[in-house]
Design a protein around this ligand. Structure first.
Ligand code: GLN
Length: 502
């Protein structure tokens, strides 16, 4: 009997497709059937484009049959966060204000996936405009964590992470402004990487906070994430902040996983009070595993990280307030009250009042306030100074170590509803991830076991200097290798029985 399709890694599927053992159409059909079977429970997808996916798969099969040489992921399905514009496929950003909008063009990242022969399955759920840590702020519905359906899958990219853990897709794509790739990866036992700012194109990605947003790969294994990173990344003349440099050697690093002699700094500020005991325990074991693999561990203090969350929640809403001004009822999606009796401002008010959810409104108001004259220096200006201090902490640390590490999140997945009434508790989910967005360096989250107290996944964060994304993968691969040897497979294998039909 041939090996199953669902549950296989993207790299295996790509190889089997390249060898002619499987077709893109078969692989796509199997994943569409899985979505059909389980997504009623998980709710990872806002939009499944079954017909389009099969057409795209058939086109890839034809290209391969014609002898075209596509990359190692040709024919492999991918789910894309609904923040990326996809030509002809609805794009909502998780907001009612964009309901029914169909973009006329695709994001650069999406175009690169298609050019490399990846097959877009559909668009995944997210917190509205990527604002949140649980997908509960989606204007449509909440996604459930495949490890425990009463728990959140993290956010904002909870749909992209849940789709992996429920084996609905072998690969997905997210964006990370303050942790929206890494935090969902952490709480779903998957891999998620935020590349160096400027390493992946933001062109065609609906903007939340432009100086922080960064698209990145999500997968169940380190190698799969690296293969996807390589396809997505690289210079894009359409994005003025895109770095004109080759993609770091992430795939080689993921294949190697050699950390002998690598200097790893453990950030002393990211631990202690507020961190779940099981998170600290698994994190400490992961450090032991890396030491056993030959890495040199040292403690490193980054004192300004303490102020990162506060500064982020001024800079991000300030950018949000200006980026979201474009939803004016005239150009995209929803328009409310345009019955010939009202003026343009009234229609704009009604549309924004109805179309934006509570969190989007909260941030627009905070940002507008922080930028208003008389407050600009006190709030936005001070936050920018803190941002510089955080960057300096990273620079000082990287003068002595090759990477920094911490838990990815202070706790495991929380219960749906547990933090919705308390925005500050929700914001604290991103304590560990935000510094790397503020400084723009590369950072990833890798599974490091289950917390004994609740049996839920714990994430291990690796932070590397700008353009040293390969180091993130090198450490991730070392960890994956050590823990798979100990546990008999990657973390998501443990819920394969639950989500895959016998
Ligand atoms: N959870 C953070 C926020 O709500 C980060 C979001 C993100 O990375 N898009 O802003």
């Amino acid at each position: 009997m041939s090996a199953p399709i669902l549950g296989a890694t993207a790299s295996e599927l790509g190889q089997r497709i390249a060898q002619g053992e499987l077709s893109a159409t078969e692989v796509t059909s199997a994943h569409l059937a899985q979505i059909e079977r389980v997504d009623g429970q998980v709710r990872a997808f806002l939009h499944v484009d079954a017909e389009g996916a099969l057409e795209r798969a058939a086109a890839v099969d034809a290209r391969l049959a014609a002898g075209e040489r596509l990359g190692p992921l040709a024919g492999v399905p991918v789910a894309v966060k609904d923040l990326f514009c996809t030509a002809g496929v609805p794009t909502t950003a998780g907001s009612r204000i964009l309901e029914g909008w169909v973009p006329p063009y695709s994001a650069t990242v999406v175009r690169r996936l298609t050019d490399a022969g990846l097959v877009l399955l559909g668009k995944t759920n997210l917190d509205e405009f990527a604002m949140g840590s649980s997908t509960e702020n989606s204007g449509y519905f909440t996604t459930h964590n495949p490890w425990a359906l009463d728990r959140v899958p993290g956010g904002s990219g909870g749909g992209s992470a849940a789709a992996l853990a429920a084996f609905e897709s072998p690969l997905s794509v997210g964006t990370d402004t303050g942790g929206s790739i890494r935090q969902p990866a952490s709480v779903t036992g998957t891999v998620g990487v935020k590349p160096t700012y400027g390493g992946t194109s933001r062109y065609g990605v609906i903007a939340m906070a432009s100086s922080l947003d960064q698209p990145g790969p999500c997968a169940r294994t380190v190698l799969d994430a690296a293969l996807l990173h390589e396809v997505m990344g690289g210079h894009d003349p359409f994005d003025s902040t895109s770095i004109d440099a080759p993609v770091p050697p992430v795939v080689d690093a993921a294949r190697s996983g050699d950390v002998r002699g690598l200097r790893i700094g453990v950030v002393t500020e990211l631990g202690g009070e507020g961190y779940a005991p099981g998170v600290e325990q698994r994190f400490a074991e992961a450090l032991d595993a890396l030491r056993d693999a030959g890495a040199v561990l040292v403690d490193v203090s980054c004192p300004s990280f303490r102020y990162a969350l506060g500064a982020y929640y001024l800079i991000m809403p300030s950018e949000v307030s200006s980026n979201l001004a474009r939803y004016d009822a005239m150009r995209y999606g929803l328009r409310v009250g345009d019955d010939g009796t009202r003026g343009v401002e009234e229609v704009m008010n009604l549309t924004r009042g109805r179309g934006f959810g509570e969190e989007a409104k909260r941030r627009i108001i905070i940002g507008t306030y922080a930028l208003s004259s008389g407050y600009y220096d006190a709030y936005y200006g001070s936050a920018q100074k803190v941002r510089t201090l955080i960057t300096r902490d990273f620079e000082a640390a990287f003068a002595g170590v090759d990477v920094l590490v911490s838990p990815s999140t202070p706790t495991t997945a929380f219960r749906i509803g547990e933090r919705t009434a308390d925005p500050l508790a929700m914001y604290a989910s991103d304590l560990c991830t935000i510094p790397s967005n503020m400084a723009g360096n590369a950072s990833g989250s890798f599974p490091c076991g289950l917390a004994p107290e609740d049996g839920l996944p714990v994430g291990f964060q690796v932070m590397a200097p700008p353009l040293a994304d390969d180091r993130v993968y090198r450490v991730g691969a070392a960890l994956e290798r050590a823990l798979s040897a100990r546990d008999g497979g990657v973390l998501t294998d443990r819920i394969a029985d639950r989500w895959l039909e016998a």
